[in-house]
Design a protein around this ligand. Structure first.
Ligand code: GDP
Ligand code: IMO
Ligand code: MG
Length: 426
């Protein structure tokens, strides 16, 4: 039995999906515990590409139990579409998927509110995925206007909650946007009842399920979404997502105590990417940044937005690793750097003339941070066929050694291409 967590240590899109998929054959249960369809996890094997947003990557392996736990915010329409896209490809979804009755449900008014809030920030907008994630979490914390999955699958409760909430939302939205067209309780009820009827058989108390699984010594894999630096408490606030995207979200998002976790694998892209607003000290706004974007196909899985690209920032990543409490790291997309003559790794920041390796707690300080780089020679070779650590060119090994030293954790997995097979284990 082992309980493992896979956590992104940067600003998301570190290729967590690939690592989770790789580990699903050693685990009986895969759990998504935070975020919603803001996540986009890509898995490639046998010439097939799967893009998962809400479904845990365990859904791709027959016999694995997939769990959408209480910390997830669920857009039921998006979930049903995603489930259909998977069953259309011949993979079954039935009892192998369970959804927590404690999860929270996203409604169209969450999207409307998000659009207004984002517009109100003008040039300093967060750059959210516009999936109603933050506004749904806001209602969860506020309690008065939240609808949980357990409410949504009970017709009388759903109706009552919509009757209480929708007039309030209409009033607020009308004040904020005079052109706003009010939501109708009946139309929302009819639409959501249609989704509830399809999802009801999958809804259970996943917390109790996971407690029993722990007692039965089942192996469990936690599939992180987003990344440590997007954590609502510890990330680059306010340019973050609205949940605990570092490992501290596991306990609140699933009900599994952190002491039950045996191993935390931190997933690190060999360089830096970020989508949306907020400072990114190592961002490259030149031809090297564009080269990395082209080689790594760095366009968002969810929104298609070009990702901001830069050198690996180990001040930020080490902080992410400390938040997650990693046992080891997986270095992803190393192949993408294979054509560059020389590579840089940020090993410290200079802020107001002072050198530091501490990650600033205020974004304004992070915005002032000038990266201090270590320069290494490139390997200038195609490494996509490498399958053993010993077979990497010596320059690639030196790069990995620097990453391990600066992030402060051993590199146990290296990924050299998107396919399941293109993986090197230490
Ligand atoms: P996630 O959100 O952390 O699961 O990551 P995404 O799926 O959003 O983005 C990672 C992207 O990199 C996907 O398109 C993967 O197919 C791709 N990918 C994963 N590992 C590698 C790798 O080692 N090399 C290359 N070139 N691409 C990779
Ligand atoms: P995965 O799981 C990368 C970013 C958005 C935005 C900020 C807030 O695929 O790694 P939100 O819609 O969550 O309120 O947006 O967070 N963001 C992600 N960036 N990968 C993700 O997920 C992300 N999920 C949210 O771009 O900057
Ligand atoms: Mg992604």
């Amino acid at each position: 039995m082992s309980v493992t967590a896979v956590i992104g240590l940067q600003w998301g899109d570190e290729a967590k999906g690939k690592i989770v998929d790789l580990l699903t054959d050693q685990h009986e249960i895969v759990v998504r515990y935070l975020g919603g369809n803001n996540a986009g996890h890509t898995v490639k094997f046998d010439g097939q590409t799967y893009k998962l947003s809400l479904l845990p990557a365990g859904i791709l392996r027959p016999g694995v139990q997939s769990v959408i736990a209480n910390g997830v915010v669920i857009n039921p329409k998006a979930l049903l579409e995603e489930m259909k896209s998977i069953t259309d490809r011949g993979l079954p979804i039935g009892e192998n998927l369970i959804i927590s009755d404690r999860g929270h449900v996203i409604f169209p008014y969450h999207h409307a509110e998000e659009a207004i809030f984002e517009a109100s920030r003008g040039d300093s907008k967060i750059g959210t995925t516009m999936r109603g994630i933050g506004t749904c979490y806001r209602d969860k914390i506020g309690r008065a206007h939240a609808i949980r999955v357990g409410d949504f699958v009970r017709p009388a409760v759903l109706r009552k909650r919509l009757e209480e909430i929708v007039p309030y939302k209409n009033q607020i939205l009308k004040c904020l946007d005079p052109n706003f067209k009010p939501f109708e309780v009946q139309a929302l009820y009819d639409e959501y009842m249609g989704y509830a009827d399809q999802l009801r058989p999958r809804v259970v108390d996943t917390t109790t399920f996971l407690h029993k699984a722990l007692r039965d010594k089942k192996s469990i894999l936690f599939e992180g979404a987003q990344g440590s630096l997007l954590d609502i408490d510890h990330g680059t606030f306010p340019y973050v997502t609205s949940s605990n995207a570092s490992a501290c979200g596991i306990q609140s998002g699933s009900g599994v105590p952190s002491r039950a976790i045996d191993r935390i694998i931190g997933v690190v892209k060999a360089y830096t990417t970020r989508v949306g607003g907020g400072p990114c000290p190592t961002e490259l706004l030149d031809e090297i940044g564009q080269h990395i974007r082209d080689e790594g196909h760095e366009y968002g899985t969810v929104t298609g937005r070009p990702r901001r690209c830069g050198w690996l920032d180990t001040v930020a990543t080490k902080y992410g690793a400390n938040l997650a409490g990693v046992d080891c790291i997986a270095v992803m997309l190393l192949d993408v750097l294979g054509k560059l003559d020389e590579l840089k790794i940020c090993e410290a920041y200079e802020i107001d003339g002072e050198r530091t390796t501490d990650f600033p707690s205020h974004v304004d300080d992070l915005a002032k941070a000038k990266p201090v780089y270590r320069t290494l020679p490139g390997w200038k070779k195609d490494i996509t066929g490498v399958r053993r650590m010993a077979d990497f060119p010596k320059e690639a090994r030196a790069y990995l050694d620097s990453v391990s030293e600066l992030v402060g954790a051993p590199v146990e997995i290296v990924s050299v291409g998107p396919d399941r097979e293109q993986t090197v284990l230490s």
